[in-house]
Design a protein around this ligand. Structure first.
Ligand SMILES: Cc1ncc(COP(=O)(O)O)c(C=O)c1O
Length: 341
């Protein structure tokens, strides 16, 4: 099977498994796991932040950051399709008592004008307190689109003007950085907190990293424990994260090339609507116009290709570490057959 449902389906390579098997470990609840400590230090340096914390998932990473930036009753401003709102089980409300102010945006790129329009004045004690602006880069639902740095800078100016905090859901910031050549540290410099996933394009089996000022990360360490996320000999999985960053970061350009190649092919097939210019990284979205999404999924699966539906009438395909150029050639053939037969 060629599995293009997500970049989370990758399996650890033998070399990554070796790194895991040989990892030095200790009890991380005592902060004594040398491999986790090494990963956190390495990431803090890579992203130019004071401190970093290894957490079990991207959801926990985002929610810990939002928690340490806010008080219950505060409000977060973000795009209406942001992962923190759509796909995190209502946890801003469940875990931190937060409300969300959702903006309609093109490709997840909320503009300073839109944001400024909905900021509650500090004097309005009867309104929720606007506290955090959130950006997702790359944006999943928008199809892996990179948030333009110029817009991020403008959002930061606005955040400073209104005393708002900035959180970055950088589950796929690695992809944005490889696609644009803008360093992880440059992206990070505009945000108070950042969450990045090790278990997406980088191919680690588990884990995310959050980054920020030392005091915030110290508080996140405390809250992580309270949420049941204190782990013991996590060097076993932290080693996979280290291996992933060192070996699988720069190769993401290959996934982007594969996605573009596939998108160009799909744009030639009658019965498919796709905006190739939106395929900037490893995710591609398209709309079948002559057969239903369900039929495309079933027929593709019969031929050895798995893809998934995303929203109404849209199919998502994601390239990743376990997809080769040959897999892409075979995928092109399968789509041609599904739409022509
Ligand atoms: C943009 C984005 N943020 C956060 C997450 C959450 O990651 P996890 O599934 O590891 O909790 C995902 C997962 O798909 C994602 O796409």
């Amino acid at each position: 099977m060629i599995d293009l449902r997500s970049d989370t389906v990758t399996k650890p390579s033998q070399a990554m498994r070796n790194a895991m098997a040989n990892a030095e470990v200790g009890d991380d609840v005592y902060k004594e796991d040398p491999t986790a400590n090494r990963l956190q230090k390495y990431c803090a340096e890579l992203f130019g932040k004071e401190d970093a914390l290894f957490v079990p998932s991207g959801v926990m990473g985002n929610q810990l950051c939002l928690n340490v930036l806010t008080q219950p009753g505060d409000e977060i401003i973000c795009d209406k399709n942001a992962h923190i709102f759509q796909y995190e089980s209502g946890s801003p409300a469940m875990l931190s008592g937060l409300s969300m102010n959702l903006l309609n945006s093109k490709s997840g790129v909320i503009t300073p004008e839109q944001v400024e329009d909905v900021i509650h004045p500090a004097s309005a004690y009867y309104m929720s307190r606007t506290k955090v602006m959130e950006v997702e880069n790359t944006h999943n639902v928008a199809g892996g689109v990179v948030h333009p740095i110029k817009n991020i800078k403008a959002l930061k100016v606005l955040a400073d003007k209104h005393n708002l905090k900035m959180h970055l859901d950088g589950a796929r910031l690695w992809n944005a950085s490889v696609a644009t050549g803008i360093s992880l540290a440059e992206y990070s410099s505009y945000f108070d907190t950042i969450s990045v996933c090790l278990s997406k394009g980088l191919g680690a089996p588990v884990g995310s990293i959050i980054l920020g000022e030392r005091g915030m990360i110290e508080e996140a360490f405390r809250v992580r424990k309270g949420w049941g996320g204190g782990m013991r000999q996590i060097g076993i999985i932290a080693a996979a994260g280290l291996y992933a960053i060192e070996n699988n970061f720069n190769r993401l350009s290959k996934d982007h090339e594969n996605a573009k190649n596939l998108a160009n092919h799909l744009s030639q097939i009658e019965g498919i609507e796709i905006d190739v210019s939106q395929v900037e990284t490893n995710i591609l979205m398209f709309r079948p116009t002559t057969i239903s999404v369900e039929d495309v999924i079933v027929k593709s699966k019969e031929k050895g290709l798995i893809i998934s539906a995303m929203g109404v009438g849209i199919i998502r395909a994601v390239t990743h570490l376990d997809i080769s150029s040959d897999d892409i050639e075979r995928t092109k053939q399968i789509f041609t057959e599904v739409f022509n037969g």
